[in-house]
Design a protein around this ligand. Structure first.
Ligand SMILES: NC(=O)c1ccc[n+]([C@@H]2O[C@H](COP(=O)([O-])OP(=O)(O)OC[C@H]3O[C@@H](n4cnc5c(N)ncnc54)[C@H](O)[C@@H]3O)[C@@H](O)[C@H]2O)c1
Ligand SMILES: O=c1ccn([C@@H]2O[C@H](COP(=O)(O)OP(=O)(O)O[C@H]3O[C@H](CO)[C@@H](O)[C@H](O)[C@H]3O)[C@@H](O)[C@H]2O)c(=O)[nH]1
Length: 321
């Protein structure tokens, strides 16, 4: 049985939908930002908190868990700058509790949702896994701390792990039934689509004076189903003993500026956006684009869905939800 912590959230619920086809799945989630109805009904759902030892003990003593996939976190760059305590508490301290209970039950396989925010402001155009990490916000810092903890736990306790550093997750399940529904929403693509559906008056572009061709920030958008597929490969590599420790970037390898994303949303939906330029948002690097060569070479993964497909699936979801 595989334990998916944070499996009711945006990315976790997409992973669970793929994983239940292959494994028995139990989801632990406190529903702080997730939704129970996003969890595939074939998975066991348990309401509980990652930082609560009793909640964890109840799961590990009841189910024969052979691996843990850990998606639960707070993950908003801007919020982390304003409230770092929340980020170190939930992303680092609570994760330590999870690892402690895992070790007690001799569960040694762990997959961790990390982030491009660990790189800070990279000095290269295309980021590889050995590009120096130097986070510029507490969110990225909290994820890097867990990565370091995993290295130490691997040496000391024989923990096997795969760290997956996602770039910008976006898009929705092809069924249109699950997708991105953060509340409040802060992510670019859902905000643009909500505006194009008439749910917001305008789109604010956070800064057009960055050192990029059109002055707006460049990101590497990766379809949430591509992310789910990478998790399944990573899990298999741990269960087969092929990987003991590994760190992989997950991106498309292509960057799009905020303006280009807005243009693509207009094209896909056939609607015009009302765009205003506003202040830069603290903690935002100008450009984050991945090389995912390593996971391609080692596990055969490649992103299969481009920005247009990301926006098409997100649009189908937003129109009906
Ligand atoms: N969305 C992105 O673009 C992106 C990019 C890089 C990394 N990530 C990482 O991927 C993971 C999932 O992100 P998401 O966008 O799906 O976020 P999300 O907020 O939709 O999902 C997080 C889930 O974890 C649960 N959770 C949070 N704290 C918990 C706790 N203490 N105990 C139990 N459950 C708890 C929430 O209720 C939610 O269901 C996070 O770790 C995030 O840092 C996300
Ligand atoms: O109303 C908006 C919202 C966003 N942006 C910009 O759009 C880009 C993308 O922003 P957003 O969708 O909020 O994602 P990021 O801040 O890049 O962060 C996401 O991607 C990171 C990895 O790159 C993850 O670690 C984070 O968890 C995830 O929230 C950034 O340049 C923002 O400044 C705007 O201009 N206007």
């Amino acid at each position: 049985m595989i334990l998916v912590v944070g499996g009711a959230g945006y990315i976790g619920s997409h992973l669970v939908k793929e994983l239940v086809e292959k494994q028995e799945v139990v989801v632990l989630d406190n529903l702080s930002t997730g939704f129970k109805d996003s969890v595939d009904s074939r998975a066991v759902f348990i309401l509980g908190d990652l930082g609560d030892e009793e909640d964890l003990e109840a799961v590990f003593s009841a189910y024969p868990i052979k691996a843990v996939m850990h998606f639960a976190a707070n993950s908003l760059v801007g919020e982390s700058v304003k409230d770092p305590l929340k980020y170190y508490q939930n992303n680092v301290a609570a994760t330590l509790t999870l690892l402690k209970v895992m070790l007690k039950y001799n569960v040694k396989n762990f997959i961790f949702s990390s982030t491009a925010a660990t790189y800070g402001i990279p000095s290269v155009d295309i980021i590889e896994e050995n590009t120096p990490t130097n986070p510029i916000n507490p969110y990225g810092e909290s994820k890097l701390m867990v990565e370091r903890i995993l290295e130490n736990f691997s040496s000391a306790y024989g923990l096997n792990y795969v760290v997956l550093r996602y770039f910008n997750a976006a898009g929705a399940h092809v069924s249109g039934k699950i997708g991105e529904k953060h509340d409040p929403e802060t992510h670019l693509i859902p905000i643009i689509l909500q505006h194009l559906l008439g749910q917001r008056d305008q789109i604010s572009v956070f800064g057009d004076d960055y050192d990029t061709p059109d002055g707006t920030c460049i990101r590497d958008y990766i379809h949430v189903t591509d992310l789910a597929e990478a998790h399944i490969l990573a899990l298999t590599s741990l269960l087969d003993g092929k990987n003991k420790t590994a760190t992989y970037n997950l991106g498309n390898g292509q960057g799009y500026s905020v303006k280009e994303v807005i243009d693509m949303c207009e094209k896909v939906t056939g609607k015009n956006a009302n765009v205003v330029i506003s202040e830069r948002r603290p903690g935002d690097p100008a450009r984050l684009v991945a090389s995912s060569e390593r996971i391609n070479k080692e596990l055969g993964w490649k992103a299969r869905r481009n920005l247009k497909e990301i926006i098409k699936t997100a649009w189908e979801f937003h129109k009906h939800n």
